[in-house]
Design a protein around this ligand. Sequence first.
Ligand code: ADP
Length: 309
Amino acid sequence: MSSDVAISVRDLNKIYGLGSKNEKVALNNISLQVNKGSIFGLLGPNGAGKSTFINILADLVRKSSGNIDIFGMSQDERLKDVKKLMGIVPQELNIDPFFTPYELLEIQAGLFGVPKNNRRTDEILKLLALEDKSEAYARTLSGGMRRRLLIAKAMVHDPEILILDEPTAGVDVELRANLWANIKKLNKEGKTIIITTHYLHEAEELCNEIAIIDNGNLIKKGTTSNIKSLIDRKQIIISIDSKNFNLEPIIRLDVEFKLNNNTLIINYKPSEIRFNQILDALRSSNIQVKDLTINETKLEDVFLKLTKN
Ligand code: ADP
């Protein structure tokens, strides 16, 4: 396994219902590479084709055409070997409620044919901070713990590549940060990680490589600094509560702004201007803020921008 490329996908196509009146092109000639040791984010809105892509990698959906190599091995020719290299974490939190995490990992290891003395059940539970819950019934676990248990299950056969489908969908902010930390830790341990997400900021926080797909087409691939430049834009909408103010300090900020009646809209690049500088300018302008809203760039805005270009 000397290859630096974990996954190589060439001209991958998937058409559901080929020849029927419901024919749907879910993936259109996708080619991309995932480097060994990276955290790769597959981004796209609902219906973009993310799950289809992952399910083809996991051999749960049959591709229409194209080639996939995992660490240099063809998926077509060496399916069994290739599957051993991948651990798949599904999106749904389906866990048998009457087993404990320890039992569930042991059962899963059995399904993968991992011999008893090669099992790492305690180690995996510890890695995912579930060691205290190893004997608890799964039905008593919180949502975040269940999500970690699913990751643990995907790791029993010690795969090189972990694939997580929307790992933080429906997870609150605190748990999300905790999951991110866990994913980063697994990556540090040497796992190549692929996640799908429709949160730009999740990709920004976690991933070092990304691909954006929309409607089955690959519209952008690159490093995270590429995405950062795409989302380097914030908008502040200020409802003004004062009559006498002087816009000079705002003008001096050298940002794009618009004043309409009592609403001031400022567009700025966080990489160039700190929020504090804007607050200072508002104070110097003698602008009393009645209300303030901050809009971050959304994935949809990035799509619009990318598809326009
Ligand atoms: P994502 O995961 O990005 O939300 P999917 O891969 O689930 O996208 O879906 C891509 C497209 O393929 C969607 O238009 C979806 O309706 C369609 N699709 C997904 N699964 C099937 C299926 N089993 N049969 C027919 N169409 C499907």
